[in-house]
Structure formats: C-alpha cells, structure tokens
Design a protein around this ligand. Sequence first.
Ligand SMILES: NC(=O)c1ccc[n+]([C@@H]2O[C@H](COP(=O)([O-])OP(=O)(O)OC[C@H]3O[C@@H](n4cnc5c(N)ncnc54)[C@H](OP(=O)(O)O)[C@@H]3O)[C@@H](O)[C@H]2O)c1
Length: 263
Amino acid sequence: MRFRNKVVWITGASSGIGEALAYAMAREGAHLILTARRRERLEAVRNACAGPGKVLLLPFDVTDYECHPTMVGAAIEHFGQVDILVNNAGISQRSLVLETDFSVDRRIMEVNFFSVVSLTKTLLPYMVERGGGHIAVVSSLLGKFSTPLRSAYCASKHALHGFFDALRAEVYDKNIYVTLICPGFVRTEVSLHALRGDGSEHGQMDDTIAKGMPPDVCARRIVNALYKRKEEVYIARYELIALYLKRFAPGLFSKLIRKAKVA
Ligand SMILES: NC(=O)c1ccc[n+]([C@@H]2O[C@H](COP(=O)([O-])OP(=O)(O)OC[C@H]3O[C@@H](n4cnc5c(N)ncnc54)[C@H](OP(=O)(O)O)[C@@H]3O)[C@@H](O)[C@H]2O)c1
C-alpha cells in the first residue's frame, strides 16, 4: 500500500502498460483517474481494479488540447488534487522515412509529445500551488537510441527527454519530481495500432512484441520507480544491450542497427 490515498492520473489506461499500471496502482491503494479514447475499455479496466469506487474515468483524445483545462479542472474538483500524472498514451510507427506521409510524422508528434507537454503544463500550476507533485512520462528505449522504421516515433520519444529533463531542473526546488520511464519490448497492442506510412494501422502483433515483457511485470517496475522517485528508469531485458552499445560503442551500434530486427 505504498500509494495509499494518492491520486494517480494515467493516460492510455485502456490497454497495455497503462491498464496494467492501473491495476498495480489500485493494489497499492491509490485513487485513480483513467484516460483514453475507448470509454468501454476504460469501464472494463475500472471494474477490474481493486476498489473501483476510487476510480474516475476521464475519456478524451489527448490531442484535443482545448479540453485539457476542462479535464484538469474535473480531476481537481473530484479528488481535490493530483499527486502523480503518468503520461503514458502513445502510438508507434512501422514505416520507412521515404514512405511516410508528413501527416503521419505530425500525428505521432502530436500524440506522443505535444499532448504530453500540453496536459503537463495545464496541471503543473496546480502542483506548484499545492507545493508538490510528480510527473511521469512513458518514453521508450527508443527515446535513447533510434532504429529503422520508427523515425517519427524515436523523434517523439527523444523530444520527451529534452523537454522533461529541462522541466526537472526547473521544478527541483518546488518539490515536483519528474520520472522518465523507458521500456523495451512489452506485450501490448502497440504494434496493432502502430501507423504505417499512409496513416493506416499496422494491424499486426509483431514477434518482438508478442515475446515481450508481460505488461504486469513492466507495471510493477514502474510502480517501484515512481515510489523511489527515480529520474529515469530502463525496463527491458536483452534489448537493454542496445542502450549500452549506443552509449559506449556508438560506431558499432550504428553498424549493427542497420540490420536489426525491429518488426
Ligand atoms: N509496448 C512496448 O513495447 C512499448 C515499449 C516502449 C514504450 N512503450 C510506450 O508505452 C506507452 C503505452 O503503450 P502500450 O505498449 O501499452 O500500447 P497500447 O496497448 O496500444 O496502449 C496505448 C494506449 O494509449 C492510448 N491512446 C493512444 N492514442 C490516444 C489518444 N489520441 N488519446 C488518448 N489515448 C490514446 C490507447 O487508448 P485508446 O485507443 O482507447 O485511446 C491505449 O490506452 C506508449 O507511450 C508507448 O510508446 C511501449
């Protein structure tokens, strides 16, 4: 019960990592705010949570920036506070740069980066006024290095690090913590909804994702990282080696990544 009576807002809670995190946080005693577009899926998640009465659903499209003040207002009005915002909603990509329509690059940046910036900036003044809070962002190992077929996705995740590392430094003396979470392959719907170059959904469960870490294991590790207020955490298995290659042998990484099996 490490988060007893804490209010935790999770975006992208209708499936995958966000759904598993909702269950894990509910078991830890948290009050939850769950966001995604699919209301029925959110209702099912709420019903499966320990203590569904402590769950508020705020279904909306995170790229609908104009509704962010209303949604933040609704969250504050309902619970009186938000202790932790977990910006988790996101979409991936399965297309080469040469075959990707510019509208797809923009869409991925809107969902994975600008929506996170907007929701965070809308909530932040309340945290400052209250004297503290915690902003978490689900980035990816692809926020630390890039692979083929994911140009806009990698760009959006790298951008999160640029923005939130700066925010962490700015709000250090305001008792506000920032955690960047970098998972490797996790068994979720991510490849099903990944965008192809023409904006259509990839619609396939990729091998790497099917064999990925179970989402409940990932969620437990996220809970631990949030509890310890880690600045950055890597949640992965064998694919972690790519991070260390990029860091300590960038030339070798560059050669190997050309042939990497990424879908
Ligand atoms: N699975 C992996 O291997 C992996 C690895 C590294 C990082 N990640 C990151 O983990 C996060 C969660 O992804 P996942 O793997 O759990 O995939 P997922 O099962 O597809 O979940 C994505 C979630 O984001 C929500 N979402 C997508 N677009 C949205 C929008 N415009 N407005 C509101 N909600 C939206 C989806 O809900 P609705 O469709 O109902 O809106 C869903 O709840 C993402 O940021 C992803 O980049 C995943």
